[in-house]
Design a protein around this ligand. Structure first.
Ligand code: ADP
Ligand code: NA
Length: 333
């Protein structure tokens, strides 16, 4: 029997240093947080890898950590979730990536010190091993917490090997239309979608007016998100998912039948008690990817991802709060 193809996640690993605060301090101010510091394994890449493994995916993570205790803890966290870590290299010079997370009521503010993540792709031998694994993968999943040049390089390599690319374009960054055209599945939150669309401008063969894709205040969230997704679609991305926080998520795919327009699906989020929204987006990325790769319909996969990430926000921590497949199935039932 052929071995199951693995999903390759290439991205960041960060130790999250989390503190609860009543509000953000202003420049020059010292603020007392509530309770003590919590250390939780995180980083968009690692979170997405763990989300997928918990949800039943066979996952390999490629990344870089420092030669320090955080690096070891980040590796152990991945392994405990069943993620293969042989492509996580240990950098002798840079510190492990660190995220300073401030929880303010139902939201968060984050500062990332990239450390070793910022060197991913500079070591040619490591990059070659990643490319070899990529060629054998069922899909490659990327985010933007590693150097953009590395992301671009790997998207080209995936394209050459006919391996589908999932890109979570977060944190928001300017991406070329050329790059976007090579992405099978683009996943963004509403802010990232808006930033991308604004930067990309109107595609030459657009059937939409500019106003339709740039009217943040006037329209409701869903209409606005749909316009943004359609615009990204016009820029050549096959499938676009836009997450809308407590409002759920939208999935716009190319129509199956020739001559039909794109298919737009919306799934509202179930109402939940919010504990920590950190990694909600990562959980969504992991869940949607796993569900689509295992052959669920776009509508089923979207529902699976929305329910998985709603469960995530009820729990504390990035990786520590990610749900198992059994928990999501029970929640969906
Ligand atoms: P990001 O974390 O990248 O900003 P979102 O905030 O859009 O992404 O959250 C991702 C997904 O997590 C949403 O599409 C939704 O399914 C789920 N989610 C986020 N916040 C909530 C919430 N308050 N209640 C229920 N589900 C939520
Ligand atoms: Na959000």
């Amino acid at each position: 029997m052929e071995e199951q193809k693995r999903i390759l996640v290439v991205g960041s690993l960060n130790m999250d240093q989390v503190v609860q605060v009543p509000r953000l301090p202003v420049l020059g101010e010292t603020l007392l947080g509530a309770g003590s510091l919590k250390l939780v394994p995180g980083g968009k890449g690692a979170n997405q890898a763990v989300a997928m493994a918990r949800l039943g995916g066979a996952v390999t993570m490629a990344g870089r950590v420092g030669h320090d205790p955080f690096g070891q803890q980040l590796l152990v966290a991945l392994q405990a979730a069943g993620v293969s870590t042989e492509l996580v290299a240990i950098d002798e010079e840079e510190a492990s990536g660190t995220a300073f997370i401030f929880l303010v009521e139902q939201d968060n503010a984050i500062i990332v010190a990239a450390g070793a993540n910022g060197c991913l792709g500079r070591d040619a031998e490591h990059l070659t091993r990643i490319e070899e694994a990529l060629a054998q993968a069922s899909a490659v999943v990327l985010q933007l917490e590693i150097p953009l040049a590395t992301v671009e390089h790997l998207i080209k390599a995936a394209r050459a090997a006919a391996v589908p690319v999932v890109l979570n374009a977060a944190p928001a960054q300017l991406l070329s239309p050329d790059l976007l055209r090579q992405v099978e599945l683009l996943i963004v939150n509403e802010h990232e979608a808006q930033a991308l669309v604004t930067a990309l401008g109107t595609p030459p063969d657009s059937t939409m007016t500019s106003a339709e894709s740039r009217e943040p205040a006037a329209k409701d969230v869903l209409t606005q998100a749909r316009a943004l997704a359609l615009r990204l679609h016009e820029h050549g991305v096959a499938t676009v998912a836009v997450t809308l926080g407590a409002a759920g998520a939208l999935l716009v795919t190319r129509g199956d039948q020739p001559g039909t327009g794109p298919l737009s699906l919306y799934e509202p989020a179930p109402r939940v008690q919010v504990t920590d929204t950190t990694a909600a987006g990562d959980c969504f990325v992991g869940a949607l990817t796993v569900a689509l790769l295992e052959g669920q319909s776009p509508a089923q996969a979207l529902r699976f991802a929305v329910y998985a990430s709603a469960l995530k926000v009820t729990r504390f921590g990035a990786q520590s709060g990610l749900p198992s497949r059994a928990e999501v199935m029970a929640f969906l039932a």
